[in-house]
Design a protein around this ligand. Structure first.
Ligand SMILES: Nc1ncnc2c1ncn2[C@@H]1O[C@H](COP(=O)(O)OP(=O)(O)O)[C@@H](O)[C@H]1O
Ligand SMILES: [Mg+2]
Length: 394
C-alpha cells in the first residue's frame, strides 16, 4: 500500500481522488456511482478527495464538487488540473494572480501561479462512457504517474469500441453474434447500397448501435426494412462508425470480474428488462427492470459463462475490474459475448458490486481490493525500463 508517514501523525490515510461527472452522456450515472463510493469507502483508511468534472470538461475540487455539479453552483470549489508531468504529481490550482489585470500582455506568463491542492496516492475514475471509460482519462493518469483503479488505456479503448472488441473476441475464439459495420459517411452517401448490404448478411430484427457509447444511447431495434433508416440515422448522430447486429430473443447475463493478471469471476446475475430491450429508459427511468442474483442457470451454463467472462477480460487485457455481459438465446440456448464494461455502474444497487456482495465481497471490501489492484499494477509497470542505452562495442 502507498500509505506514507506524516509529520503530525504516525500514518496518514491513503489519499484517493474520486473522479466523477465528465463530458459524457452518462454524466449523471457517474455522479450516482461516485456518491456511493464516497459514502461507503472506509474513511479510517482512506482520505477521499472528490474531483468533479463538469459537462464542459472543467475539473473542480474543494468545497463540495458533487453539489456543485448537481446544483450548478460552484461555491467553494476551485478549478483544478492534473499535469501530464510525474514530477509535479497531484492536483494543481492554476490561476492568474490578482494583479494580472495590471500587468502587460508580455509579462502575463509570470502572473500565472500554480498551487498544489492535493497529493493523491490513487485515483478512482468513476466516469462512464466517453472521456472517462474510453482510455482518454487513463492516458492522462498514465502520463501524470498516478496509480488508478481499473483498466489501462488499451483495454479501456478496445472495450469501448464495439467493433474492435468483437474483432478481439473472435480472434480468441469467443462467440459473438453476426454483425456488420458501416461508416456514417457510407450511410449518408448511398443509403440504398447500405441497406442492401445489411440485408445481404443479416436477417431482421437487427440492433443498430453507435460503435462507441454506452447506456443504450443511440441504440434501436429495427424489426424490418421500414425501421432501418431511422435506426441508422439515430446511431449516426453519435458516432462515425455504426454496428448492425443480429437481434435475438435473449436473456441478459452479466458477470463481474476482478483482478490484474489472475482475474476472478463472480457468480452470474441476470437482468430482466421491463421493456422490449434494455434501453436507456429501462436502465435508468422505469423502475421495473429486475436483477436476479444469482442468475437462474444450470450448473453447466453458470460455469461456462464464468469461464467466458474471464476469457473475454483477458482477451482485452483488462486490469482491475470490468463487467462481462452476455446474451443467452432463449430459443437455442446459445451463449454470446455481448460487451465488456470497464467502468460499470457502481452504486450500491448496481449489478457489479451486487454480484461481488453475493459472491462474498462486501462493497467497502471491493473498493479496498480495487485500490490494492491499482497500486499493484502501477508498481508492476514501474519495474519496466523506459530508457534504452546502446552499450559501446555491442
Ligand atoms: N443482438 C442483440 N439481440 C438482442 N438484444 C440486444 C442485442 N444487442 C443489444 N441488445 C439489447 O440492447 C441493450 C444495449 O445493448 P449493448 O450492446 O449492451 O449497448 P450498451 O453499451 O449501450 O449497453 C442490451 O442490454 C440488450 O437489451
Ligand atoms: Mg450493455
Amino acid at each position: 500500500m502507498v500509505e506514507t508517514q506524516d509529520a503530525n501523525s504516525q500514518h496518514r490515510r491513503v489519499c484517493i481522488g474520486v473522479l466523477f461527472g465528465g463530458r459524457s452522456g452518462e454524466h449523471e450515472v457517474s455522479l450516482a456511482s461516485a456518491q456511493s463510493i464516497i459514502d461507503n469507502i472506509d474513511q479510517t483508511q482512506y482520505e477521499v478527495v472528490p474531483i468533479g468534472i463538469t459537462k464542459e470538461g472543467e475539473w473542480i475540487v474543494g468545497g463540495d464538487p458533487m453539489k456543485a455539479l448537481t446544483s450548478g453552483i460552484a461555491s467553494a470549489s476551485s478549478p483544478a488540473a492534473l499535469l501530464a508531468d510525474p514530477s509535479r504529481r497531484g492536483l494543481w490550482n492554476i490561476r492568474s494572480s490578482p494583479d494580472e489585470q495590471q500587468v502587460g500582455e508580455r509579462s502575463r506568463e509570470q502572473a500565472i501561479t500554480a498551487v498544489r491542492l492535493a497529493e493523491l496516492d490513487v485515483i478512482f475514475p468513476v466516469l462512464h462512457g466517453t472521456y472517462g471509460e474510453d482510455g482518454t482519462v487513463q492516458g492522462l493518469l498514465e502520463l501524470a504517474g498516478v496509480p488508478y483503479v481499473g483498466c489501462g488505456v488499451l483495454a479501456s479503448a478496445a472495450a469501448m469500441d464495439k467493433v474492435i472488441a468483437k474483432n478481439i473476441f473472435v480472434a480468441h475464439g469467443l462467440p459473438v453474434l453476426p454483425y456488420a459495420v458501416i461508416t456514417r459517411k457510407a450511410w449518408r452517401r448511398d443509403p440504398e447500397a447500405v441497406i442492401a448490404s445489411i440485408e445481404d448478411s443479416l436477417p431482421y430484427p437487427v440492433f443498430v448501435k453507435p460503435a462507441n457509447l454506452g447506456s443504450s444511447v443511440g441504440i434501436s431495434k429495427a424489426h424490418d426494412r421500414t425501421e432501418l433508416p431511422d435506426a441508422l440515422d439515430l446511431a449516426a448522430r453519435y458516432d462515425r462508425k455504426l454496428v448492425i447486429e443480429q437481434g435475438i430473443e435473449a436473456r441478459e447475463i452479466e458477470v463481474s470480474i476482478l483482478g490484474n493478471d489472475d482475474p476472478i469471476a463472480s457468480i452470474p446475475g441476470e437482468v430482466v428488462p421491463c421493456r422490449e430491450f434494455y434501453d436507456y429508459q429501462a436502465k435508468y427511468i422505469d423502475d421495473d427492470s429486475e436483477l436476479l442474483i444469482p442468475a437462474p442457470l444450470d450448473a453447466e451454463t453458470t460455469a461456462e459463462v464464468r469461464r467466458m467472462a474471464v476469457a473475454a477480460y483477458k482477451a482485452l487485457d483488462c486490469a482491475g475490474m470490468a463487467r462481462s455481459d452476455f446474451l443467452l438465446d432463449k430459443v437455442t440456448g446459445e451463449l454470446w459475448v455481448s460487451e465488456l464494461n470497464t467502468i460499470p455502474g457502481f452504486t450500491k444497487i448496481s449489478m457489479y458490486p451486487k454480484l461481488w456482495e453475493a459472491t462474498g465481497l462486501s462493497y467497502p471490501e471491493l473498493i479496498d481490493r480495487l485500490i490494492e489492484l491499482a497500486v499493484e499494477r502501477f508498481e508492476d509497470k514501474s519495474q519496466s525500463e523506459t530508457t534504452f542505452t546502446v552499450k559501446e562495442g555491442a
